[in-house]
Design a protein around this ligand. Sequence first.
Ligand code: ZN
Ligand code: ZN
Length: 394
Amino acid sequence: GCNVQKGQMLVINADVRDYEFVHLCVEEGYKAGAGEVSVNWSSEFNTKKAYEYMTTEALCDIPQWTYDRRAYAQEKGCCFLHVVSSTPGLLKDIDAEKIQAYQTTAGKKFQPLQAYTMANKGQWSIVALPSEGWAKKVFPDMDIQDAMEALWKAILTSVRISEDNDPVAEWEKHNAEILHYSKVLNDYDFKELHFQNGLGTDLTVELVENHIWSGGCEEASNGAIFNPNMPTEENFCMPYKYGVNGKVVATKPLSYQGKLIDDFWMVFEKGKVVEYGAGQDEEALKNLIEYDEGSAYLGEVALISYDSPINDTGILFYNTLFDENASCHLALGRAYPMNVKGGTEMDDDQLKAVGANDSMTHVDFMFGSRDMHVDGVQKDGTVIPVFRNGNFVL
Ligand code: ZN
Ligand code: ZN
């Protein structure tokens, strides 16, 4: 995923429980030529206890050295490997306001460092490992060993690894397929996309001028090709901040700030969420939408065929890395500069001027369905069917 370059620093972010896997990555990192492999260990247990026992004030007093450590690595031109194995709903009993206060403070504090990965200045990749808490949530009826095994299997299938294949070759083929759809979508240069399904989604998403559809592998500023998400199935683009209108109904629950938002919908007017509701954890949805000015606007629209390997597993992972790749999705918050021509070289004001949304957050939610119809509307009004019955027809 990272494609570590000769002499480059590799930073691994991981939970202590995943030390065995991380040690393998350290070894492989050096073998791939890394000049230094540095691991930032965290612990879900410690995170939860900090939320339980620390005052909000103490939590929000984020030590400067945590910022400096990341800034130092980025100045050295590092690449990042994020290993995730989080327990869904870990923070479900923690006061939402406390979580919000900490995350807003952390978001502000680290904002100057965000552009490095958002604009692909260096390579980065997110991969997942099973954990007992996660496996139990995904397979509640199995005993823990079976659940762990089932989650291993699901993860390996999703990232195209089997005992008898060559995963690197599989990924090259997969990247080429995603690039094909990006090229076709870029050639159509749609003004807007119109989504409709039987659940009540009827949404028009205008795309920014000179938009670029991306997906699969990316190229970092240093020329290294990398896969930011493993798995990945999506082709994604930049909505025009003020050009989203209509209603969207989510089709999968959203794990956010340790809560599980379910059965939710939103209505957009001129890009902004003006109405919303949720059957479960509506307060977490409210916190997300009200996080900052930009979190009530979209920063991403992504197309994924309903018949995707991840969706075919039939598993709800309660983890965005997987669930977002099973279904068409939108993201509230920050847009990816790479989704507009010249975007990675633009400053904040220039991005604002083209209609890119800015926010300290970026949260994907899923709304694809078996009966999803998507039409692309060209600048001259020509309507091109993009999805019929949940799948690409381009
Ligand atoms: Zn996406
Ligand atoms: Zn996203």
